[in-house]
Design a protein around this ligand. Structure first.
Ligand code: DP6
Length: 348
């Protein structure tokens, strides 16, 4: 008999960025980060995991194509989940698997992203969160609170996708990473007026992965040291308070400033890393000019390790004004691929 579980996990967008590790194999960060988890209807990964005594090895397919599971990150997740596995009894199917049996049984994994992989829209976040969650259900893992520490070992940002709403990843102090986990700050319903818009500027694969980029920043950027030690701790407190109070002005200022500082760190890295392109810069300009002319932030923007813009508006009315502006000001430049606004207006 075969046992199968399907799960879905949304991606998350950091408003205070994670950039830099203090431990590469456990994936422990050099600062706390805060993110907003998107609505799973839009940017998500769907993963089916199956177990059968007939499977001879662990295998995985991503968007229909087989990929290797030999990498350390997949191996860590599989190993940790197997260690936590419980008994599974399905009388209808005549299945009885003891917790320790999982060490010998193999799984097949099929995963689909409904958005471009590695275009800087945090596909690894949704991917590993979904994988770990689906496996935990298949293997009847009891300790759900440990899942974020396991997903973290797949991809740092993945630990935040196990919760909805507003999430903080506490960097922790422990050398083994036990306290480097995600914590929900507020549920999605806490700030239901907030709208997120995403402009897919390019769906091409980024040139430098986050993993490589942050390694090079840690090695060469003094600005990153300054940021992680002296700037982010203050911003985390301010951001937590802004979220608690639904204070859009503070939330917007911090979000844009932190994105800009992250990209400044990329420029401060040697050799410099460019994730944003000309279209990204024009989107920033367009928003900054609007905010300036109104005297207070109408909307904010943030960019991860790629050129796509994620924008926040305080409500649907302002979101639709933003959309109008962007569409009006954006006759695409030659060579730019401003293909679509994937999300018209998305309430979280
Ligand atoms: C810019 O989580 O993709 O999106 O831990 O090496 O897998 P690894 O990196 P990843 O980095 C995300 C970086 C970021 C900022 C963020 O999401 O906080």
């Amino acid at each position: 008999g075969m046992l199968m579980v399907t799960a879905r996990a949304p991606t998350n967008i950091a408003v205070i960025k994670y950039w830099g590790k203090r431990d590469e194999s456990l994936i422990l960060p050099i600062n706390d980060s805060i993110s907003v988890t998107l609505d799973p209807d839009h940017l998500c990964t769907t993963t089916t995991v199956a177990v059968s005594p007939n499977f001879e090895s662990d295998r995985m397919w991503l968007n229909g194509k087989e990929i290797s599971l030999s990498g350390g990150r997949y191996q860590s997740c599989l190993k940790e989940i197997r260690q936590q596995a419980g008994d599974v009894i399905d009388e209808n199917k005549g299945i009885c698997i003891k917790g320790e049996d999982w060490q010998k049984l193999h799984v097949h994994i099929a995963s689909y992203n409904n958005f471009p992989t590695a275009a800087g829209l945090a596909s690894s976040a949704a991917g590993f969160a979904c994988l770990v969650y689906a496996l935990s259900k298949l293997m009847n893992v009891k300790e759900q609170y440990e899942l974020s520490a396991i997903a973290r070992q797949g991809s740092g940002s993945a630990c935040r996708s196990l919760y909805g709403g507003f999430v903080k990843w506490a960097m922790g102090n422990d050398v083994n990473g036990s306290d480097s986990i995600a914590i929900q700050l507020a549920r999605e319903t806490h700030w239901s007026d907030l709208v997120i818009l995403i402009a897919v500027v390019s769906s091409h694969q980024k040139e430098i992965s986050s993993t490589t980029g942050m390694r090079e920043s840690v090695e060469t950027s003094e600005l990153l040291l300054q940021r992680s030690q002296n700037i982010v701790p203050k911003r985390i407190k301010q951001m937590e308070e802004a979220i608690r109070n639904r204070d859009f002005t503070t939330f917007a200022k911090l979000t844009s400033a932190d994105s800009n500082q992250f990209h400044a760190v990329c420029l401060d890295t040697s050799p410099p890393i460019f994730y944003m392109n000309n279209t990204s810069h024009r989107i920033i300009n367009c928003i900054e000019r609007w905010n300036q002319s109104e005297g207070t932030p109408q909307v904010s923007y943030t960019f991860d390790a790629g050129p796509n813009a994620v924008m926040f508006a305080p409500n649907r009315k302002v979101a639709s004004l933003l959309l109008q502006r962007l569409l009006f000001y954006f006759p695409p430049l030659p060579g730019d691929d401003l293909s679509s606004f994937v999300i018209g207006d998305q309430s979280i």
